[in-house]
Design a protein around this ligand. Sequence first.
Ligand SMILES: [Zn+2]
Length: 59
Amino acid sequence: MSAQRCPACEKLFLSAQSSAKPFCSERCRQIDLGLWLEERHSVAVRPDEKSEEEITLDF
Ligand SMILES: [Zn+2]
């Protein structure tokens, strides 16, 4: 048996007991996929409220 670290929740689990490798569970696999998609999205659309406020104050 070998222990493995889940990339989503960073918990150690036995790889033989997981059906969603390299994640500890199907749920973690979904979470990681969601985070990855969210990250990609936030790079393209980046809310920058602070600088917008500063611009308004300068005027
Ligand atoms: Zn996990």
